[in-house]
Each structure stands twice: as C-alpha cells, then as structure tokens.
Design a protein around this ligand. Sequence first.
Ligand code: GLP
Length: 243
Amino acid sequence: MNIVNAKDFDSMNRKAASIIFTQVTLKPDSVLGLATGSTPLGIYQNLIELYRKGDLDFSSVRTVNLDEYYGLDKSSDQSYVYFMWENLFKFINIKPENVHIPNGANTDADAECRRYNQVIAELGGIDLQLLGIGHNGHIGFNEPSDHFEGGTHCVTLTASTIEANKRFFGDESQVPRKAITMGIKSIMSARRILLVASGVEKAEILCEALTGPITPKVPASILQLHGSVTVVADEEALSRMNA
Ligand code: GLP
C-alpha cells in the first residue's frame, strides 16, 4: 500500500487528480470507478480544470459509480446521479452513454443489482476505483457487518451514516434508509484503488482501516489485501498514523 501525504485538502485534491490524470492519459478508454461525498469534490474540480486547459480528454472514458440512494427519484438534487452531473460530468466531454450509476428508482432492487454487476462485467472491470471512507469505515455504502458482501447489493444504511449524510438533506428524516452499492468484491476487483481522506474527523477510522485487523466491521480494512492501493490523505487525516 502506497500512502501519499498531502499537506492539506487542496494538495490532496491535486495529488489525487494527478493519479487519475495519469491513468486516463496512459489509457484513454479507462474505466473509472467514481465516488460521491464531500471528499472527491476538489478532485473533480481539478479534473474539470485539466479538461478546460486541453490536457485531459474524457471522450473515451467510461465511468461506474459506487453507489446510489434507493428510492430517490433521479431528478432529486440529493441523488448521486444528480451530484455527479452537477459536479463533474456536465463540465467535461464524457459521453452520457459511457456514464453508469445504479438506478435507485428501479422498483426491483434485485434486478437493478444484477444489471449493475453485468454493466461492470461488460466494461471489463474497473481500471481505477476512487474511494472515500465513511466515519464508520464504510466504502461505497458497504456498511459495517459480520461479513463482506460480494457484488452489487441493496443495503440498509446505519444510523451513523444517516447522521453523517443528513447535512445534504433538509433533516435526518429526509435521508433515504436504503442504498444500492457495489459490493466489496466489485471494489476489490478493480485493478487499482485510490482512497482519499481529509480532515481530523477521518484520522481515527483511517488509521483503523489501514493498520487494524481486517474485519467486515471496518469494511475499508479489506483494502489491506489489495495489491495496488494508493492512499492520498492530508496531514489531519493521517495524524493518527503518524502519531
Ligand atoms: C457516502 C458515500 C461514500 C463516501 C462517504 C464519505 O456515504 N456513499 O462513498 O465515501 O459518504 O463521504 P465524505 O467524503 O463526505 O466524508
């Protein structure tokens, strides 16, 4: 595992964006696994900037997003499909048909999970998967559990995730209770993984995930078993590691 120290959030964004830049430059039709949340926002801004300068071309890039709330309409400004278009896709030259996100509005959740597994398989797997980390160690929406879940599945969100994500909603009661997420096997099958973390509130869980026991109670701990993980984190997020 390669751990890259970044001074602060801006530096983390630039370093992480440069890894994605290199991936797409070397393989223009890369399959990028993308993430939502606050942490990747600055990375997406850097990628948009690189595109505007003419340094990055997304015309052949394919993307698969990690997860989506279940039961939200696609047009909802809280949905992850909305987040991705508003924060990245609408500013770059990606082809809409090359964008893949679980459909949280499909009333048949099992069918949607099967469809999404098929999408990832037909793309030939993920070249580079970008990940944030939840306060409880979740990746995507793989919540702490007594087992690692393999492929795409529907999850019931934990109270701590609902609490953490309520900032994007009017209040806690508005946060969907379920989500569709790529499973641990889908994530671990990515050829490369880029985990990003920022801020002191991630210090404890980042340290536990990267150096603690590998357990489904801390889903991100499984990343210790992946052969090609780069962690880009700022000083605050790494403060427990360096303590
Ligand atoms: C959500 C997403 C995760 C993300 C996590 C952390 O729960 N499903 O993919 O990693 O939030 O978000 P943030 O970066 O805002 O802390």
